[in-house]
Design a protein around this ligand. Structure first.
Ligand code: ADP
Ligand code: MG
Length: 383
């Protein structure tokens, strides 16, 4: 039994005086390529990571949910018949939101006692929030034997985050946390919500590095970028930037205001890069995939202007190590993480460079996460 499982069981027994019946989990994620494309109806390519949020639980006979969070060392409890936002245990809003969304979709829920624990770093951009939501859906699914599929689980989790918690996220995080497959990335079409598992080649690894930079003003910059994309699409007469090829865009870009053209160029090219990079993966061409990652970063830095000097340094430092095939910022930008594609044998050298050289040049020591592509949300143990 893993030590995390043992801790969950021990805590459950101490908190509730019984043993849990189920253990469920849902992973965080990293996006490999396709940044700021989701809200333009475009393509993204995330993979689920080996860090997850877990719940050990047992059903209750009433309509109450009682949860103890190991990370926050705090209780939350609520009634399934009266779902309100809480300010005293904000993490509980993700559970309440999921219950609200599931019931709104007509599912009959069972109350439960649970202990929750996660090792997805919180607020680093690896989507601990989606992991929390999908772990909660999986808990309700296990107890109530709900007939909902992984797509519906993702959509209702997104609804919980958008409309209950009040965070306007896209669909990527919940999709990959729900639908991830071991050894595969997931190509998601953010318009049709279609998806396709893409096998990741052997011999290389993705190195995730958290800059530890958290910058304010992210929301206003994000809203400004979204507005610029919408303006571009409107002026080009298309429903979304997804509908323009790069060639057509270049013909028509002179008619756009300079800054709008610059922002849109990133999105249009990034969509093509995702499809190109998926073709490269399928052909086993990791060098081409790495090049697409490099180009994605350059575009995010120079055209979309969402990088940060520390992220630029991290990308430069990683790329300078032999065996690093490509590197880019991942997530919305301004801080958060980078992801680098590295030949297995060279991973220690890249990790070492990211820690020492970045610290020397910026004063910050990135936090490193090494992970293969893992499976999406599921039941680990239960009867
Ligand atoms: P992220 O980029 O990690 O998704 P968010 O701000 O979107 O950051 O979500 C973080 C929030 O998700 C936390 O503040 C907390 O409310 C919830 N959360 C994440 N991990 C856990 C956990 N292990 N236990 C309880 N709540 C969690
Ligand atoms: Mg989040």
């Amino acid at each position: 039994m893993s030590s995390r499982h043992a801790t969950l069981r021990r805590t459950f027994s101490a908190q509730f005086g019984a043993m849990p019946m189920w253990l469920v989990r849902a992973p965080g994620r990293v996006n490999l390529i396709g940044e700021h494309t989701d809200y333009n109806d475009g393509f993204v390519l995330p993979m689920a990571i080996d860090r997850d949020v877990r719940l050990a639980l047992a059903p209750r006979t009433d309509r109450q949910v009682h949860v103890f969070s190991l990370n926050f060392q705090q209780h939350d409890h609520f009634s399934l018949d009266d779902l309100q936002l809480t300010t005293t245990s904000p993490w509980g809003n993700y559970l309440r939101g999921v219950a609200w969304a599931l019931q709104g979709a007509g599912f009959e829920l069972t109350g439960f006692d649970a202990v929750m624990e996660g090792n997805v770093p919180i607020g680093s951009g690896l989507s601990s929030s989606a992991a929390t939501e999908l772990a909660t859906v999986t808990a309700f699914r296990a107890l109530g034997n709900l007939t909902l599929d992984a797509v519906q689980a993702a959509l209702l989790s997104q609804k919980a985050e958008n409309d209950f918690v009040g965070v306007k996220c896209g669909i990527m995080d919940q999709y990959i946390s729900s639908l991830g497959q071991a050894g595969h990335a997931l190509l998601i079409d953010c318009r049709s919500l279609g998806f396709e598992a893409v096998p990741l080649p052997a011999g290389v690894q993705f190195v995730i590095a958290d800059s530890t930079v958290r910058r304010g003003l992210v929301d206003s910059a994000y809203n400004e970028r979204r507005a610029q994309c919408e303006e571009g699409a409107r002026r080009l007469g298309v429903p979304a930037l997804r509908d323009v090829s790069l060639a057509e865009f270049e013909r028509r870009a002179p008619a756009l205001p300079d800054l709008v053209a610059q922002r849109c160029r990133h999105v249009v090219a990034e969509n093509e890069r995702v499809l190109h990079s998926v073709a490269a993966l399928r052909a086993g061409d990791v060098t081409a995939f790495g090049r697409d990652m490099d180009e994605s970063h350059t575009s995010l830095r120079d055209l979309y202007a969402v990088s940060h000097p520390v992220l630029d340094t991290m990308v430069e430092v990683a790329r300078a190590v032999p065996g690093c095939l490509g590197a880019r910022l991942t997530g919305a930008g301004f801080g958060g993480c980078t992801v680098s594609l590295v030949v297995n044998a060279c991973v220690p050298a890249v990790v070492d460079a990211l820690q020492r050289e970045v610290a020397r040049r910026t004063g910050l020591t990135p936090q490193i996460y090494l992970s293969g592509a893992e499976a999406g949300a599921g039941i680990i143990l239960g009867e």
